[in-house]
Ligand binder design. Structure first.
Ligand code: UT7
Length: 323
């Protein structure tokens, strides 16, 4: 059986760090409120010349280097983003150009904060159908460009950044001992579109628009959706939460992460939390968090990791992977 193993990981963050104190100058907020309600202490904000494509390209280059591969080894690029450089073409093709990849195929996936798990699952299907042998999966965002910097209920929450992995087709025996993606569950429910959306777009207002969110409503839905999809993923894989070595959740709110882990019975020490340093980077948050845990030595070869995310749409999903 073909499995999709992660053989390289890379990240990119903008140069500028914005701490909570700096936001106190812009909107009526406080470091104390932001830390207590979200766990965020700082975020990175893209400056001039830093875009979704430049950040995504940097993360992709690092992932390739980490895998010991060159762009010629890659058949497919999937970019998860809600903040493309242009309405079209797909930013994935602009990354393809930047990496000087003249073969293969590149496209974007749009599932907001769940984008990375949606892109990972799409890549896994390509590999298992033998339509590709190696895939670059990137999550890259510049949410700072769609925020209303006068709205304290949203502008303090998000940050910019990118993370990327290289997935490679490997032989597996077809059970839980295999390396790579072992199970994946995706969900969406369009009844919730107005709870988290951007109020502009090419076909409606011909503007980019600003992010609008009913935070409390999203919060309430998130914990139930996340636990449901993680439990389903565990069931499909035929394992219990106790077999997990690491839980790498989407970094939207520390309280959502803690409540979900608690409800799932996952011990605190198995939960990777990076929201304090990055804020919510949407489709980049899961690969950024995963990279932190890989680099600091927590994640080791053979470890079982549950990735999950939830975002606008609503969309949500979970991916079980053996490192
Ligand atoms: O990644 C996509 C998914 N997104 C999420 O998962 C986000 C989910 N939602 C959340 O994380 C939380 O709902 C928020 C962090 C957005 C808000 O936290 P909350 O505990 O739900 O606060 P709230 O919206 O109930 O607001 C509580 C109070 C309000 O004041 P009153 O009405 O009680 O007087 C807000 O006006 O906090 C006020 N408030 C703020 N105060 C200081 C809202 N934003 C701020 C702020 N600084 N930045």
């Amino acid at each position: 059986m073909i499995r999709s193993a992660i053989c390289g990981i890379g990240t990119a963050l903008p140069k500028r760090v914005v701490k909570n104190a700096e936001l106190e100058e812009i909107v009526d907020t406080s470091d104390e409120w932001i830390v207590q309600r979200t766990g965020i202490r700082q975020r990175y904000i893209a400056g001039k010349g830093e875009t979704t494509v430049t950040l995504g390209t940097r993360a992709a280059r690092e992932a390739l280097q980490n895998a010991g591969l060159e762009i010629g080894d890659i058949d497919l690029i999937i970019l998860a983003t809600s903040t493309p450089d242009h309405t079209f073409p797909a930013s994935a093709t602009e990354i393809q150009q930047a990496l000087e990849m003249k073969h293969g195929v590149a496209f974007d996936v749009q599932a907001v904060c769940s984008g990375f798990v949606f892109a990972l699952t799409t890549a896994d299907l390509y590999l298992r159908c033998q339509m590709a042998r190696r895939v670059l999966v990137i999550g890259a965002e510049t949410f700072s460009r769609i925020l209303d910097w006068k709205d304290r209920t949203t502008c303090v929450l998000f940050g910019d950044g990118a993370g990327a992995v290289v997935l490679e087709a490997v032989d597996g025996v077809g059970d839980i001992r295999d390396y790579g993606i072992l199970a994946s569950i995706l969900r969406s429910d369009g009844r919730h579109v107005k709870k988290l959306y951007v109020n502009g777009g090419p076909s409606t207002t011909q503007t980019i628009g600003h992010l609008c969110m009913e935070g409390r409503e999203v919060f309430k839905y998130a914990v139930g959706a996340i636990t449901d999809v993680v439990n389903t993923c565990l069931k499909v894989a035929g394992i219990s939460h106790e077999s997990l070595d690491w839980f790498v959740p989407h970094q939207a709110n520390k309280r959502i992460i803690e409540a979900s882990a608690h409800r799932l019975g996952i011990a605190d020490e198995k939960v990777v939390v990076t929201i304090d340093g990055h804020g919510n980077t949407s489709a980049a948050s899961v690969p950024l968090a995963l990279a932190v845990a890989v680099r600091d030595g927590r994640v080791k070869r053979g470890d079982l990791i549950m990735l999950e995310a939830m975002g606008g749409g609503f969309t949500w999903g979970a991916v079980l992977v053996r490192w």
